[in-house]
Design a protein around this ligand. Structure first.
Ligand code: DGJ
Length: 541
């Protein structure tokens, strides 16, 4: 049993944000955000992540305009979705695109990162106090505004501070202030934390460089010094902004990460922004940004191995696991999400660029159907996830490459999942879901996938697509049947059921039966499809 920290809450109750993130330029007005809201509804989501831009709310220094924010609040309430607002300010993908013109045009006051060649980069320096103060002032003004406008309704459930912060173009700032820090002793707190932890990548880098007790950044961290110093500096900068924001309005706050895992080199400042909270420097963020509720990876990984490595790195006891951005290109997200939920206690998820998912008629484009279906399945069992994640009762079903079936051990029962139509014969599923006689059926876009939740010994809930589950008491009480039946569909493939129902969860989290299944519709296994809702199975011993 692992306690899952529910960072997101609505009226004090745990909330599982699910949906997606708008495209970058959608947060300016009611008109530009409209499609994003519509897609969240199409996806059966409950939350839209959408930016608030520093250059938009403070076009002139000290003069704030929250029209765009108010429009988002109004639209979200109209569409009945929650918002996570993304503060695009000092950093956006390792540069300063969203800083106001009065910041961009005054590099003397708002200093830039200086490259090793001595050139100004299009990145604001985290070592510049004036920039920090200006960003903090704008962010706290936003928090004040939200408190006034939204503390009763609680439309906004969280704030992302900055977007994929870090430096693109250099591993660190080579300007005067930053160089002074680089050549000064590493903060005592960092050495103390490393000693205390005695493990991890930051600790290992320290040891590899000789493990000195006190010295400059390059002496302590060797070749990684530039990146680690930048991480420490940005973590502190963002932490202080979060602290100031929370003092005004206490919302969950987090930072997102442009990961180093990608099909390319892994050079800080070149292939990903240096100083962002990649897994290598995550410890530094945990030690120096305690006001952030979590560090959240933008997990676009397509292959399940790398995807899972990201889950493993960010799902820690001290870091609730939230993925603000996941991929919409390709279909890997269509099934990886179930692993993140079942095995890594994901507390919320969003597809990036939801507007891309629909065609001109506002319908989900075929290439995104897999992902949309998977989100629908997750949405259907949110009340169960809030209850059972972390207890070992939530199981991911994923038809990995070359996998025909999946075996599961439940409390008191054994489970066999077959992918595709299984041994369905002409009945297959039911008359509304066309029978398919081949086995196993799998296409790249419609892998068997979903979740099985065993709420109690005899009570199972299933969601997903393209799989069917057989359940038998454990150890087997059915003597007449081979444990590996290979031919005919047979009721003896599974044990006996008290009831099998299709249904949904109501507002109070109670299961409501929409349709009862029996006979042909249960004798070929307990099948699921995204449009049938949740299947509840009550077994008999
Ligand atoms: C990750 C960023 O966080 C998003 O704002 C967006 O730029 C996407 N990348 C685009 O792929």
């Amino acid at each position: 049993m692992k306690e899952v920290k529910r960072v997101f809450k609505v009226n004090g109750k745990p909330f599982f944000p699910l949906g997606g993130q708008s495209c970058n330029s959608s947060g300016y007005s009611e008109k530009t955000s409209e499609t994003a809201f519509k897609v969240i509804k199409l996806l059966h989501g409950n939350t839209l992540e959408i930016p608030v831009y520093w250059d938009n709310i403070e076009p002139e220094e000290g003069k704030f305009n929250f029209t765009a924010v108010d429009n988002l609040l109004a639209s979200a309430r109209r569409y009945e979705v929650k918002l996570i607002l993304l503060w695009f300010a000092t950093w956006k993908n390792g540069n300063m695109d969203y800083a106001p013109a009065w910041v961009k045009s005054n590099p003397q006051r708002f200093q830039r990162v200086i490259s090793p060649a001595g050139k100004d980069l299009w990145v604001l320096s985290s070592h510049c106090h004036a920039t920090f103060e200006a960003d903090k002032k704008a962010f706290t003004a936003l928090c004040k505004h939200l408190k006034v406008k939204d503390s009763t309704e609680q439309t906004v459930i969280g704030l992302q501070i900055e977007n994929e912060p870090g430096i693109l173009g250099s591993d660190r700032d080579y300007g005067y202030e930053a160089q002074t820090v680089f050549d000064s002793p590493v903060p005592v707190k960092l050495i103390t934390e490393m000693k205390k932890s005695g493990k991890g990548t930051v600790y290992n880098l320290w040891q590899q460089a000789g493990g000195q007790e006190s010295s400059t950044w390059p002496e302590i961290f060797g070749y990684a010094a530039g990146e680690l110093m930048t991480a420490w500096s940005i973590a502190g900068y963002i932490n202080s902004i979060a602290e100031a924001g929370k003092a005004v309005y206490h919302l969950p706050m987090y930072v997102n990460v442009w990961l180093m895992e990608q099909p390319s080199w892994r050079f800080p400042g070149e292939t990903y922004p240096s100083g962002g909270a990649i897994s290598k420097v995550l410890d530094i963020y945990k030690w120096f940004a305690p006001s952030l509720d979590m560090i959240a990876p933008d997990n676009y990984q397509e292959d399940s191995k790398t995807y899972e490595a990201v889950c493993a790195a960010y799902s820690r006891d001290d870091n609730p696991f939230f993925m603000p951005e996941t991929g919409f290109i390709g279909n890997s997200q269509g099934w990886n999400i179930f692993r993140a939920i079942a095995d890594y206690n994901l507390i919320g998820d969003g597809y990036f660029g939801v507007e891309y998912m629909v065609n001109d008629d506002g319908l989900i484009r075929p290439e995104f159907q897999t992902g949309a279906d998977s989100l629908r399945c997750v949405a259907a069992v949110i009340p169960l996830l809030l209850k059972y994640q972390g207890t070992g009762k939530v199981h991911a079903i994923i038809q990995e490459d070359l996998l025909w079936s999946q075996h599961l051990d439940f409390e008191g029962f054994a489970g066999l999942v077959e992918f595709g139509a299984g041994r369905g014969g002409f009945v297959g599923r039911d008359w509304k879901h066309k029978p398919i006689v081949t086995m196993p059926e799998r296409t790249e876009t419609n892998r068997g996938r979903g979740l099985i939740i065993q709420a109690s010994r005899n009570e199972f809930y299933l969601v997903g697509a393209n799989y069917r589950l057989y359940l038998r008491p454990q150890p087997s009480m059915i003597k007449t049947q081979s444990p590996r039946p290979v031919v005919d569909p047979s009721p003896k493939l599974h044990g006996y059921f008290m009831s099998v129902d299709e249904g949904h969860f109501d507002q109070n989290g109670e299961f409501v039966v929409d349709l009862q299944r029996n006979g042909d519709e249960i004798s070929r296994g307990l099948w699921v499809e995204p449009n049938i809702g949740v299947v509840r199975v009550i077994t008999c011993d």
